[in-house]
Design a binder for this molecule. Structure first.
Ligand code: 1GP
Length: 255
């Protein structure tokens, strides 16, 4: 696979084309269910899979990646919850710096450890400013990272954090209310952040309905991520993908 992921995400943003991502947590989905999700994802024209979770172990990760690759060619991007979640079997990796927090290990420390591995790997490295936003319940990421999320109503804090991340050279911003959030990131925060930055904006956490996915894409998200809702009801994937693609500001040629 050529290192094309970022170029494609950037080109889509330039055209106003919205991308839809299904998050697969190898710990949570049963292998039989992955097959079903992949089948639906191909039908729905899902753009990418993010693969990750807070606790997964390597053999499940490799197994999951191999299963998906055998079934389809949708690019698989690692969304690692820790530095053990690395595999050459994916196409790329979100190289996450937790810029909403003040935990030095997650801002730069783990990156120093994993950089030599990534340099040798065939993975496309996607430097990503990861911003955790309060989603109304304590999330696994917040607990595991020992950081405070950005308060849900502090659009200006999110905006300045994203700006700083962009100025530091990060190529993607990710506003995440955390998996299973009660409240997804607000449209007003998405609007504020997307208006201030030039790099593509990923939004996820607690998106349960196609309407919310559409609203967030229209508010300025370039990439919408859904995990939990699809784990609970894989069929929802079809409507979610349609909703996100239909929020594009151009025709996407997706059925
Ligand atoms: C979490 O943004 C992702 O990091 C997806 O969240 O599982 O709540 O859809 P959900």
């Amino acid at each position: 696979m050529t290192k094309q992921l970022y170029t494609d995400i950037q080109a889509a943003k330039a055209k106003g084309e919205k991308k839809f991502v299904v998050l697969i947590d190898p710990d949570k989905v049963r292998l039989g269910q992955v097959d079903r999700v992949v089948e639906l994802a191909v039908r729905a024209g899902v753009d990418y899979f993010f693969i990750g979770g807070s606790l997964i172990v390597n053999n499940m990760l490799d197994q999951c990646l191999e299963g998906i690759r055998q079934a389809c060619s949708i690019p698989m991007i690692l969304f690692p919850g820790n530095s053990f979640q690395l595999s050459y079997k994916a196409d790329g990796i979100l190289f996450l710096s937790l810029i909403s927090g003040r935990n030095a290990e997650l801002l730069i420390g783990k990156h120093v450890i994993t950089a030599p591995y990534l340099r040798m790997s065939p993975l496309e490295v996607l430097p990503t400013g990861y911003m955790l936003v309060d989603g109304g319940v304590p999330t696994t990421v917040s607990y595991m990272s020992n950081t405070q999320p950005i308060p849900a109503n502090k659009d200006d804090v999110a905006l300045c954090t994203a700006l700083a991340g962009e100025m530091l050279g990060l190529k993607l911003m990710y506003l995440d209310a955390g998996s299973g959030a009660r409240n997804p990131v607000s449209s007003s925060m998405i609007d504020a952040v997307s208006s201030a930055i030039e790099v593509p904006l990923i939004v996820g956490g607690g998106i349960r309905t196609p309407e919310k996915a559409y609203e967030n894409a229209r508010a300025g998200a370039d990439v919408i991520v859904v995990g939990n809702a699809i784990e609970k009801d894989p069929e929802l994937l079809l409507e979610m993908a349609d909703a996100v693609h239909s929020a594009s500001l151009v025709e996407t040629n997706k059925e």
